[in-house]
Write a protein that binds this ligand. Structure first.
Ligand code: GLA
Length: 339
């Protein structure tokens, strides 16, 4: 319908000049969704069981209640489920969706499926890439400022190591890597760079690669790495999220390395981290960089709603920040974040 109006306007513009046509453009700008057309938005996440994504959903629901749209939450653990979910949204007459895809390389498939079904699409957390690995700029994205947040992790590790007076020669640093995901690679690269900038010896840095982004995969990868590395008595631990660090901390505990021998700093700050902080005595999970599930869940949904209902396109790229949170300051930091 809108296209038809635009075509008529274009013809009028060439035939009659600007004044008459100007009215047409305001006509063409009527909201895409009319009152009879209730707004429905999908929120698709790659790992529905992970607390971070549950928090995102919770805040998306808050947005739905406040703005009066319906929210369809779907876990999309693999490409097949993702494609089925997008088609299903269209069948339910949704007008758009926010997605954290199971694999960023599915970017072009996501964009095509959205176009085919006339759905607006935004990505969250993991930015979608095209066939050559370049971010797809036409899909608005909200993610974390991965490299900067990684640097905060590294600085936190160094500071805590210094305040404990550890002898650096005995300390290994474990990078729990998931390098196929750009945001994960940037996060651990940031941490690495700040360790190196602080003079931490490159030879003491050990890489372990997790097969998936959950606690169990990190646990398995850390076990293998720790078996090979017997010369370090103490460890700094970092990775892409809280689960990566928690899995590594658990593997270290299995070898008798406890909170006095391990400093782990994750990224996230939802239940995974809070459960650790709630334990009666500290564990090797020393801290996390708290990021905002509220911005990622609430704000993306509101932006999608405005795009559908008010024809206001979202900003192409928003990168959110984080703050180091430990057992000690958790209440204040969470309050600061409005959580
Ligand atoms: C990725 C990770 C999640 C979380 C988000 C934050 O999607 O897999 O655990 O860290 O980024 O943006």
């Amino acid at each position: 319908m809108k296209n038809a109006i635009r075509n008529v306007c274009a013809q009028l513009l060439s035939a009659t000049g600007f004044t008459l046509a100007a009215g047409c453009f305001s006509l063409a700008a009527v909201p895409a969704a009319q009152a009879a057309d209730p707004v429905k938005i999908g929120f698709l996440v790659k790992q529905a069981e992970e607390p971070w994504f549950q928090d995102e959903w919770r805040y998306a629901e808050q947005a739905a209640r406040e703005k009066g749209f319906s929210l369809v939450k779907i876990g999309v653990a693999n490409g097949e489920k993702m494609m089925a979910a997008i088609d299903n949204l269209a069948a339910q007459k949704a007008q758009g969706f926010v997605i954290c895809a199971p694999d960023v390389k599915l970017g072009m498939a996501v964009e095509r499926a959205a176009k085919r079904n006339n759905l607006k699409v935004m990505s969250v957390d993991d930015q979608l890439v095209d066939g050559s690995g370049k971010p797809i700029a036409s899909i608005p994205h909200m993610g974390i400022s991965a490299y900067e947040i990684g640097k905060q992790v590294g600085q936190g590790l160094i500071e805590e190591m210094k305040s404990r007076g550890w002898n650096v020669a005995e300390v290994g640093a474990m990078r729990m890597a998931f390098d196929q995901l750009p945001t994960a690679r940037e996060r651990t690269q940031g941490a690495l760079d700040s360790l190196k900038a602080a003079g931490f010896p490159a030879a003491n840095i050990v890489d372990a690669a997790q097969a998936k982004t959950d606690t169990e995969s990190a646990f398995n990868a850390a076990n293998i790495a720790l078996t090979k590395q017997t010369k370090f008595k103490r460890w700094l631990v970092f990775g892409m999220n809280d689960e990566a660090v928690l899995g590594t901390v658990r593997a270290a505990e299995g070898r008798g390395l406890r909170s006095d021998a391990v400093i782990g700093i994750g990224i996230g700050g939802s239940k995974t981290a809070l459960n650790e902080f709630a334990k009666p005595s500290p564990t090797g999970f020393y801290g996390t960089v708290l990021i905002s599930p509220k911005r990622h869940g609430y704000e993306t949904s509101v932006n999608m709603y405005k795009w559908i209902a008010e024809n206001k396109a979202p900003a192409p790229l928003i990168l959110t920040t984080g703050v180091l949170m430990t057992r000690r300051n958790q209440t204040d930091v969470r309050a600061e974040f409005g959580l």
